[in-house]
Design a protein around this ligand. Structure first.
Ligand SMILES: N[C@H](CCC[C@H](N)C(=O)O)C(=O)O
Length: 297
C-alpha cells in the first residue's frame, strides 16, 4: 500500500472535484484509484486535480487532471478554481501560475473569494482540436444526430481550450434535449479521434448563454468551465454574442471574457466540502477526524 496523500473534496459550481496533494512524492494517482473513488458515493467526482511539485521554476505546481473514468484531461477550468482556493487558504497567496500537460495557466483569487483563471488562447484549427478530417471552417462542421431529414442536433462549432469541445446551438430550453443519450454517441464519434466534450448551448442575449455539457471521460456534469469558455468564444466568433458573456451552467453562472490578447478569462466560485487522505494506488480513503482548515495539506 502506498503512503496516503491528503485530499480536499471540493466543487466548482457543482462540478465535483477532488484536489489531491501529491507534492513531495514521485508516484501518480493510478486510474484504478480514480475509478474506486468515483464509485464511492461520498467521493464521487468529475475530475481529480493532482497537485505535484513544480517541474518548472516559474510555476507553483504541476497539475495533473484525471477524469472519473481514469483518463487524463488537458485542462479543467472549475478544478483550477478549486486548486487556487485550496492553495490560497494554505499559503495566503492570491496569484498563481500552474503547469498542466496543455501548458501554463495563471489564476488569481479576488477579495470577494471569486477566482479568475486565464484559460489561455482558444484554438480553432481542425488539426489542433483534433478532428479526424479537414474542416477549414470550424465555426460550423458537418455532424448531426437523429433522423437524417430532421436531425435533433446538428452543425456544431468546434474549438480547443487545450481539450476538445463541440458546441451544438439550439433555440429551445437546453433541458428539452436528451443529452444523456446523445452525449456518449457524440463524445465517441469517429470525427473526434481524442473524443470530445459535448455541449448544448442556447444563446439568450448578446451577453448570455445557457449551457449543458456531457463531458469526455466524466459524463453529465453540473458545470464544465472549459466548455463554458469554448462556447463563449464560439458564440462570439459566429456573431451570436459579444466577447464577454455570462454562461449559466446547471450549477450556476460563470463570467467568460475573450480578451483582446486572445486569452479567455473565466471567473466563478469554488467551494470546500471536506478533507481526508487516500491511497493513490487503490483509492482507499478516510475522512479527516477534525476538519479545521480549508487547505489541502
Ligand atoms: N470539468 C472541466 C473539464 C474537464 C474536461 C474533461 N472532461 C476532458 O476534456 O476530458 C472544466 O471545468 O473545464
Amino acid at each position: 500500500m502506498a503512503e496516503r496523500a491528503q485530499f480536499a473534496k471540493m466543487n466548482g459550481l457543482g462540478n465535483e472535484i477532488i484536489v489531491a496533494d501529491m507534492r513531495g512524492r514521485v508516484d501518480h494517482i493510478l486510474p484504478a484509484a480514480a475509478i474506486a473513488l468515483d464509485h464511492d458515493s461520498a467521493t464521487k467526482f468529475d475530475q481529480i486535480m493532482a497537485i505535484h511539485a513544480p517541474r518548472r521554476p516559474d510555476t507553483e505546481a504541476f497539475i495533473e487532471i484525471i477524469n472519473s473514468d481514469g483518463t487524463q484531461a488537458q485542462t479543467c477550468g472549475n478544478g483550477m478554481r478549486c486548486v487556487v482556493q485550496a492553495l490560497a487558504s494554505e499559503t495566503g497567496k492570491r496569484e498563481f501560475t500552474f503547469e498542466t500537460i496543455a501548458g501554463i495557466l495563471t489564476a488569481h483569487e479576488h477579495p470577494d473569494g471569486l477566482i479568475s483563471v486565464d484559460m489561455g488562447k482558444p484554438r480553432f484549427d481542425w488539426q489542433e482540436i483534433p478532428l479526424a478530417e479537414p474542416f477549414h471552417d470550424t465555426r460550423q462542421i458537418e455532424l448531426q444526430i437523429g433522423p437524417i431529414d430532421a436531425p435533433v442536433l446538428h452543425s456544431p462549432s468546434v474549438a480547443s481550450m487545450g481539450n476538445p469541445h463541440a458546441i451544438f446551438w439550439v433555440d429551445q430550453d437546453v433541458w428539452t434535449y436528451d443529452l444523456e443519450r446523445f452525449g456518449p454517441l457524440l463524445e465517441n464519434h469517429p470525427i473526434f479521434p481524442e473524443r470530445a466534450n459535448i455541449s448544448i448551448a442556447h444563446v439568450t442575449s448578446r451577453n448570455a448563454i445557457t449551457l449543458r455539457t456531457w463531458e469526455r471521460g466524466a459524463g453529465l456534469t453540473r458545470a464544465c468551465g472549459s466548455a463554458a469558455c469554448a462556447s463563449a468564444v464560439s458564440a462570439a466568433r459566429t456573431g451570436r454574442t459579444e466577447r464577454t458573456v455570462t454562461v449559466t451552467v446547471p450549477g450556476g453562472p460563470l463570467v467568460i471574457e475573450w480578451l483582446e490578447n486572445d486569452h479567455v478569462l473565466m471567473t466563478g466560485p469554488a467551494e470546500w466540502e471536506f478533507s481526508g487522505s487516500f491511497d493513490p494506488a487503490t483509492g482507499a480513503w478516510q475522512r479527516d477526524e477534525s476538519q479545521p482548515s480549508q487547505g489541502v495539506a
